[in-house]
Design a protein around this ligand. Structure first.
Ligand code: PAF
Length: 283
């Protein structure tokens, strides 16, 4: 496996391939990321993972400085899972000057849910992903592939729309959420949890499953269901941003006639101590 730190070297190396399969990450990898790499491998003729903690997608009070940077351990795991190339640029390499040009996703998709609680987040994500795509797929001959985890459900939707609307030569794939035995969705931020918080953390996914069960059980008063779910989690000591049921295709609230099985997703974000977790449950 090659570990490459510069854009020039990556472009030079990838010029020998037709169709990269790409997994962008911020490192501190867990089994969820490695599943994305396994999914990516058969899609292209070279598998590339990037590791870059992207300052543009963090708010000033968020965890950019303390986000775990574990490059050597990440590279060991990627090599063991058959990744061919790791692109790990420095900040100076990716942003040698202030990034004045940015990709702004439409407000109808990016200003709700995560975008509401983390203003500018999807602009930061879209901008770095567009830049990484230019670097990885810039000389791609037959069109490449990129795989993003479904845990970041809204992010996956933003990237899909961006790739479609800019006619990027990339097919976007979603990777299923990988969960711990108790049901907690794997996330790099789980490492911030204390043992007590870790034991409690599963209740976010349980709250989402309960929301889904409520709808499937015939309760169509979504506002009441959501309110009940948020109060229940708050009583357990969580600070809840949202627990909500949305349409899978555009993340807007379903109309009463839209309560169709297979078309909905329950999404949630809540803070346990200083750790903010997100999760979702398609149903
Ligand atoms: O999901 C992530 O890890 C990041 O948002 C991504 C897509 C690598 C962009 O920095």
């Amino acid at each position: 496996m090659r570990v490459i730190h510069t854009i020039a070297e990556l472009r030079q190396h990838l010029s020998g391939f037709d169709a990269p399969a790409f997994v962008p990450t911020m490192g501190n990898l867990h089994a969820g990321h490695l599943a994305l790499v396994r999914q990516a491998k058969p899609l292209g003729d070279v598998t590339v993972a990037s590791i870059f903690v992207n300052r543009l997608q963090f708010l000033p009070h968020e965890d950019f400085d303390t986000y775990p940077r574990t490059l050597q351990a990440d590279c060991d795991q990627l090599a063991a899972h058959g990744c061919d190339v790791v692109f790990a640029p420095s900040e100076q390499e990716l942003y040698p000057e202030p990034q004045g040009f940015k990709v702004h996703p439409p407000a109808s998709l990016a200003d709700m849910l995560e975008g509401h609680y983390r203003p500018g987040f999807f602009t930061g994500v879209s901008t770095v992903v567009m830049k990484l795509f230019q670097i990885v797929f810039g000389q791609c001959k037959t069109g490449g592939h990129a795989v993003f985890g479904k845990k970041d459900y809204q992010q996956l939707m933003v990237i899909r729309q961006m790739a479609r609307q800019f006619a990027l030569p990339v097919t976007i794939h979603g990777g299923e959420i990988i969960r711990a035995d108790d049901g907690l969705a794997l996330s790099s931020r789980n490492s911030y949890l204390t043992p007590d918080e870790r034991a409690e953390a599963v209740h976010l996914s349980r709250a989402l499953k309960a929301l889904a069960a409520g709808v499937l059980g015939g309760e169509h008063n979504l506002a009441a269901l959501e309110q009940h779910a948020m109060e229940a989690l708050s009583r357990r000591g969580w600070q809840v941003d949202y627990l909500t049921v949305r349409r899978r295709d555009d993340l807007h609230p379903p109309a009463p006639s839209g309560f169709l099985p297979g078309k909905l997703v329950a999404l949630g974000a809540a803070r346990l101590g200083r750790t903010r977790l997100i999760d979702n449950w398609e149903f």
